[in-house]
Write a protein that binds this ligand. Structure first.
Ligand SMILES: NC(=O)c1ccc[n+]([C@@H]2O[C@H](COP(=O)([O-])OP(=O)(O)OC[C@H]3O[C@@H](n4cnc5c(N)ncnc54)[C@H](O)[C@@H]3O)[C@@H](O)[C@H]2O)c1
Ligand SMILES: [Zn+2]
Length: 680
């Protein structure tokens, strides 16, 4: 007899699991990782096995999935959609246990030949039953509680991989079962975009797929890239030559035009299962979609029928899992990592946890907005996900486990590496360190950029050398570059005297610069090559740029508010001004002039439209050169257009120009005009 304590425990587990089931199956928003859920589920199963009197008919162990949502038409399945028994032992033993059980149930002994199995991947998505009548898709349904599912035909129709009508001969009535899933790259891209827009992200691809199918707007389903793998049949009608093995069924599904994953293998006995499990586990990270294990099925349909079912699971199949890709752990602290471009990423320092096959102690929180949306506090119990080669991330919090001393996170106002102040531009999700050249975290990248060919052009200063110079603390900021001497360089590992001399000579040569190259070399955010040219032409002198206000900067063609603010921020930072000062003292110089006002630009007030392909320059290049001369480049031809530049294969814009009598230049004329007007 179960003690009252055991009875209470079983009741508690039942309510807890029922609650998790609701969030997972009905809301598509899991509250805990599967590993955590499975632990409770197994504990309840074990209690019910030990004390059968505790087993209630409404126990979650006796049911499949969740109740169908009322907002969908219910679909009564012709053949129930069941679950698959999970082999909890993730070692080889899991496969051996399954084979032994099947042999026992078939009354086989060791003299009988090994059983033939088919091994498949266990796709982590949403199970769907597709019903075809006379070869046309008439209905798609979710599993629901196994007996009754939800009609999601409209949403499933938006999945391109699912055929709407079948190729070749097929039975009058055919039901195909398979998994709708979201590929990992599609999932990453989707979340990336959501983060940029400051919108909620998907927790994992499974929920991405389930949430897209189980909502009412087919347009939303169509926007989320979903895919499909077929792995079995539902209702089968009489009078059709049904296949004898599961492998043949898969081949037939493939012939009808369904996507069938080609990693499935027919193997013999337990050893074959073990080898499959090991092989797939080794390649799991490289697959473009999530799997949480493999599925073994008895290949012979006749044997499957002999084995039959037990409550919610077939006896002839089992899911053999891999280490979970999501686990619970505790956030000990949140630190800031400064990326090479100054981006500040909050990183959770975790209680080390084994997830996705490795021990993880850091996980990204992406940005401040994500922390707020997910409401992560220091001290919280969180769900960590590590799938494929993607860096581990915190995907959710268990608010009910928040300790009283949990602390909210504050984005620091200054960079933890260099102390410069931190900015977050309007409409941007990421905060950045304004330290630029001064920030050690950004130093290597900044030096490589500075020395680049289109910037200061220091020949021979490659990334290996920069790495060495920064790591050995020889270069702490940009001006140190010009303090290098042959002796210091030659003392470095793998550096010959001659190469050291060459580098010092290249540095010396680079001191003769131009203002636009120097500006570009400083690596000011949003100041690319052409903006640097515009700035140099407009202001003529570095001091004028350093002192310019946002309003003055906005006078420069192509400089908008974001660029202007970024320039102001950069030069407001004392460290950056100091770097510029030292570089000049060390001999970096250029010619200065009084600047060219946009008022006097040669093509000021003229509107151009570009069409067709130009042979000698890209459309962007033509556009920026015209704009640098004060012209406006528009997208369509109207009466206000002054000139149309037509390359080869020019289309309707050229027709329009001729119709409106707008002068048309060919490429040669454009080049001549540019050359004429770009004279310094
Ligand atoms: N985190 C939570 O709160 C929570 C709650 C409930 C359930 N769960 C998880 O859900 C799972 C149990 O749910 P379940 O009963 O749906 O079982 P399951 O999802 O583990 O296995 C059955 C399903 O596997 C799928 N499948 C994938 N590849 C297949 C293939 N090649 N052949 C056949 N089927 C294939 C089918 O959709 C089928 O319905 C557990 O992993 C559990 O952790 C988690
Ligand atoms: Zn910094």
């Amino acid at each position: 007899m179960a003690s009252s304590e055991v009875t209470r425990r079983a009741a508690l587990l039942r309510t807890q699991i029922a609650d998790y089931d609701y969030w997972y199956y009905v809301k598509d928003l899991p509250r805990v990782p599967d590993a955590e859920y499975d632990k409770l589920f197994r504990e309840l199963q074990a209690l019910e096995a030990q004390y059968p009197e505790l087993l209630t008919s409404d126990s979650p162990t006796q049911r499949v999935g969740g109740k169908p949502l009322d907002m969908f038409q219910p679909v009564r399945h012709a053949i129930p959609m069941l679950s698959i028994r999970t082999e909890t032992d993730i070692s080889d033993q899991g496969a051996i246990t399954f084979d032994a059980r099947v042999r026992r149930e078939l009354d086989l002994n060791e003299n009988d030949p090994p059983i033939e199995y088919i091994c498949e991947l266990k796709f982590d998505g949403l199970a769907i039953n597709l019903r075809y009548e006379q070869g046309r898709l008439v209905q798609a349904a979710t599993r629901g509680d196994g007996e009754t599912g939800e009609d999601v035909t409209q949403n499933v129709r938006t999945i391109h991989q699912i055929p709407l009508s079948l190729e070749g001969m097929c039975p009058n009535i055919l039901e195909v079962r398979g998994e709708v899933y979201m590929a990992r790259p599609d999932f990453e891209r989707y979340n990336e975009r959501q983060r940029e827009l400051g919108l909620p992200t998907l927790v994992n691809p499974r929920n991405g797929a389930a949430g897209s199918i189980r909502q009412l707007d087919p347009a939303l389903a169509a926007r989320r890239p979903l895919k499909f793998f077929a792995y079995g049949l539902g209702e089968k009608v009489e009078g059709w030559d049904w296949r004898k093995t599961h492998k043949e069924v898969l081949k037939q599904l493939d012939a009808w035009g369904f996507p069938v994953n080609d990693e499935c293998r027919v193997v013999q006995g337990a050893q074959g299962l073990v080898e499959f499990h090991r092989r797939i586990e080794a390649m799991r990270d490289r697959l473009p979609f999530d799997i949480d294990g493999v599925v073994y099925k008895v290949n012979s349909i006749a044997l499957q029928e002999r084995l039959g079912f037990v409550s919610r699971e077939p006896r002839w199949a089992v899911a053999h899992k891999f280490p979970a890709e999501e686990q619970l752990t505790v956030v000990r602290d949140i630190e800031i990592q400064v990326g090479r471009t100054g981006k500040l990423t909050p990183v959770a320092k975790l209680e080390p946890v084994f997830v996705g096959g490795t021990t993880v102690s850091n996980a990204t929180l992406h940005n401040e907005g994500e922390i707020r949306r997910k409401d992560v506090h220091i001290g919280d119990t969180v769900i960590v996900r590590r799938a494929g080669d993607v860096i581990p991330e915190v995907v959710g919090v268990l608010p009910e486990r928040r300790p009283p001393d949990a602390r909210a996170f504050e984005m620091p106002a200054s960079c933890p590496v260099c102390g410069s102040h931190v900015v977050r531009e309007e409409g941007e999700a990421d905060a950045r360190c304004t330290g630029g050249l001064f920030c050690a975290a950004q130093r290597k990248q900044a030096i490589l950029h500075f020395a680049g060919r289109r910037m200061m052009d220091v020949e021979g200063l490659g990334d290996k050398l920069v790495e060495q110079l920064v790591d050995e603390n020889i270069i702490r900021s940009l001006p140190d570059l010009y303090r290098l001497d042959v002796a210091t360089l030659a003392a470095l590992e793998r550096m010959a005297e001659k190469s050291a001399q060459n580098i010092v000579a290249a540095l010396e040569k680079s001191k003769q610069a131009t203002l636009n190259r120097f500006l570009f070399a400083l690596g000011i955010r949003h100041v690319g090559e052409s903006t640097a040219k515009d700035l140099a032409r407009h202001f003529g002198k570095l001091d004028a740029i350093m002192q310019a206000s946002v309003e003055q900067l906005l006078q420069v063609p192509d400089v908008g508010p974001v660029v202007a603010q970024s320039i102001v921020d950069f030069f407001a930072e004392a460290h950056n001004r100091e770097v510029v000062k030292q570089l000049r003292e060390l001999g970096v110089h250029w010619d200065e002039h009084d600047g060219v006002s946009t008022q006097t630009l040669p093509l000021r007030g003229k509107t151009f439209v570009l069409t067709g392909t130009l042979a000698s320059l890209s459309r962007d290049e033509a556009k920026s050169r015209l704009e640098a001369l004060g012209a406006k480049v528009a997208g369509s031809v109207s009466k206000k257009t002054d000139y149309v530049v037509a390359g080869t294969e020019a289309g309707s814009k050229l027709d329009k120009a001729l119709e409106l009598n707008v002068p048309v230049w060919d490429e040669q004329q454009l080049l001549e005009q540019l050359k004429e007007n770009e004279k310094p």
